[in-house]
Design a binder for this molecule. Sequence first.
Ligand code: ZN
Length: 315
Amino acid sequence: MKILGIDLGGSRVKLAIVDAGCVEEIKIFPIRCDAPVRSVLKAVEDQAVSMAGIAGCRGIGFAFPGIVDMGKQRVLCSNGKYADAAETDFAGWARERFGLRLILTNDAAAALCGEMAYGAGRGCDSAVLMMVGTGIGTAACSQGRVLTGKHGTMGILGGHIAISFDHPRPCTCGNVGCLEAYAGTWALPGLAREHPGFGQSMLKNAERIDYRALAAGCEAGDAVCGDVFRNACRALCAGAANLVHAYDPERLILSGGAAHIGALRTAIQEHLDRYCWTPWGHVRVTSAENPEASVALGLSSLFEKRENGALSEQL
Ligand SMILES: [Zn+2]
């Protein structure tokens, strides 16, 4: 069945028309995460009506970067982003504006559903996902079920596993020492500016300090880029090992903007091989085949499951 997938990130929205795991059309536009949800929804409406496939859609999948109660179709907590999300009736909006049913879920959980059904998770039934973007989104699938837990938080808070207790950096969640505070893209500019060599680094004049800028700097021999990238890598390695020990996966799937940085994938693989307690073998680290589409594919797979009566099992 054809659906409209809405992937709301920290700085942009991806709209996709998807039919049974096949992305037919994709549209990306910028958004500010301090914007109210009603203006986000208005922008989605304006963009979606110009998509050729919208008329044939039979549902809307909405992936939100926060804690979501899938059963009640409500956002429980957005951690400061899109502040009125918890008061927003997303299902009512989908019904009134498009006449369609809605599935609302967490973005990383949707991405893992997509990878398990159509991407890097095919052929295994237990995997964890690390979505390295503005924050670090995670999700866990155990023996065929993407975990949600009693309150919708199981598996998705891996970015807030504390990895440092020695002068720990504050995180946006209120805790200190979280993985995100060392490796989320939001933390990279602060980490770079604290480096004593920042004034001489090419990062000083960079428009954005993200993984793409760090990778380019490393290639050009910029020492500050090398240090900041290595430290973020170390943080992601520690976080990855924690996820492996917590969820017993066969694979760790990297998604998000940094998914295809080979040095990152290699560093995490070597770290897991060396330090993880997995006497049955090795956890394979792999990249999402098409990170831009993981979430939309996951939303499509959730609708397929609902069609087949398997979504309540998933929930
Ligand atoms: Zn945190």
